[in-house]
Design a protein around this ligand. Structure first.
Ligand code: TRP
Length: 449
């Protein structure tokens, strides 16, 4: 239900920074490079950009519409939009996805603090490649340290959340995002001046079309959703703090383009470095935590570069964790009528509990699996492959078929003030194109084809 004195963001820039903060995260700097590395480089980038523009951008506009129109948390939003049973509860899919993503995402976020610490204390220097690998596995599988970093990361998130939408989320994004861009540019320049830069750039930008397969397309679409924070209530929640004047198509486009730019810049940092030292780009999830520190250590001032890189990763992760946390907190706060700090405390506490189990599931509890997956992987799998695509598909159908066309058009165009010539096409996209394509991909991913 829309509440009377509901918070809102204070400025247009604040809106952009907060939304870009949600979108830019481990997805851009950790996941994008290793997905690109494993899926053939340039070809993957090309398919990825197509997915971002054709699916990510319109879906982001759709989530922005839902949030801004209802000015409510994700669960309340669908309740305000329809009285149809079943559809009323669609918001739960997103909030549940946000909570489950937090369970593993905040653990990985904690790892970034360990690496900042290691860079500062000098313990990254003088190691061989094998030592980096062994130390990463020993650390991520150990009991105390990852949980300690998880706790610290969650305390920081919690403090920002309880400071409120404007003073906490918006203000923190306003200084973290510029700092993030600055570090990104400095690291890019460092990487581009390495002798292997040309090969790395060729790998990233020269598409080898023979590498495009259905698997590559699926990975690219999944990566696009994840990177743009779509399908887990985040953009619905943040847009509920937009103002009536916010230009939704323009904001969605800016967020989409900035997020994609950061992913590409992260690629420009990582691939030249990888090729400079003759390392295979197909390492997978270890690329950033094992390969990169190893590379940095072979450069002059290695620990300084490593420090900045992991600071970049931590900042990016923090603004994303804040948005996931806020999606769940806004729901708990508004639907259960709690104070913000009470609600935030429940969320932080439960995420910490889930995070502990997720962290231990890749260490001492490795042997306990469900469907052959540890809890950590299970959280990743159920959110990325089931809840997010399924939720997004239902959201498209919902807005396409159940929301009155005029309401949608009025809201997206700010009562006709903004021109949107592609609106009729947008409706067709929501009604038919997006649900069918997402359904095909979904069935393919869970192996029904
Ligand atoms: N987009 C963020 C990243 O790239 C992660 C994230 C934040 C997210 N909120 C989300 C992913 C909502 C999916 C849904 O790291």
């Amino acid at each position: 239900m829309p509440t009377k004195n509901r918070a809102s963001f204070g400025s247009r820039l604040g809106i952009i920074f907060a939304s870009v903060g949600s979108a830019v995260g481990l997805g851009n700097i950790w996941r994008f490079p290793y997905e690109t590395g494993q899926n053939g480089g340039g070809a993957f980038l090309l398919v990825y950009i197509i997915c971002v523009l054709c699916f990510g951008f319109p879906l982001m506009m759709t989530e922005f519409f839902i949030g801004r129109h209802t000015r409510s948390n994700a669960v309340g939003a669908f309740r305000a939009l329809t009285s149809k049973r079943g559809w009323r509860n669609l918001g739960y899919v997103g909030v549940l996805a946000a909570f489950l993503i937090l369970g593993f995402y905040s653990v990985v976020s904690g790892w970034t603090l360990e690496y900042i610490w290691q860079a500062l204390s000098g313990s990254l220097s003088g190691k061989t490649a094998e030592m980096f690998m062994a130390d990463f596995e020993a650390f991520s599988g150990s009991i105390v340290r990852p949980i300690l970093w998880l706790a610290i990361f969650l305390v920081i998130t919690h403090l920002i959340i309880i400071s409120g939408v404007r003073k906490g989320i918006e203000q923190s994004a306003k200084w973290m995002m510029p700092l993030l861009f600055l570090i990104l540019i400095v690291l890019c320049i460092r990487s581009l001046t390495l002798p292997g830069a040309k090969e790395g750039l060729q790998f990233l930008f020269q598409p080898d079309f023979s590498k495009i397969s259905s698997g590559v397309v699926l990975s690219a679409l999944g990566q696009a959703f994840f990177s743009l924070s779509i399908g887990a209530a985040c953009m619905i929640t943040y847009s509920s703090y937009f103002t009536r004047e916010t230009n939704i198509p323009k904001t969605a486009l800016s967020v989409t383009l900035l997020d994609t730019m950061v992913a590409i810049l992260a690629g420009i940092i990582i691939f030249p470095a990888v090729f400079n030292f003759g390392i295979a780009p197909t390492q997978g999830p270890n690329l950033v935590f094992v390969t990169l520190p190893n590379i940095f250590e072979q450069l002059p001032w290695g620990s300084v570069w490593a420090f900045f890189f992991f600071l970049l990763l931590a900042l990016a992760a923090l603004t994303s964790v804040i948005s996931l946390h806020e999606s769940v907190t806004a729901y708990v706060e508004e639907q259960y009528n709690l104070t913000r700090s009470r609600a935030a405390l429940w969320v932080s506490g439960s995420v910490f509990a889930l995070g502990i189990v997720a962290s231990l599931s890749i260490g001492i509890w490795k042997a306990h699996t469900l469907f052959g997956l540890t809890l950590f992987d299970l959280l990743d799998y159920t959110t990325a492959k089931i809840l997010m695509p399924l939720g997004s598909m239902l959201v498209c159908l919902f807005v396409g078929w159940l929301v009155d066309r005029k309401t949608l058009q009025d809201d997206l165009t700010n009562q006709g003030k903004i021109r949107m010539r592609l609106f009729p096409f947008f409706v067709v996209f929501l009604k038919y194109i997006a649900p069918i394509i997402i359904a095909l991909i979904f069935l393919n991913e869970i192996g029904l084809f």
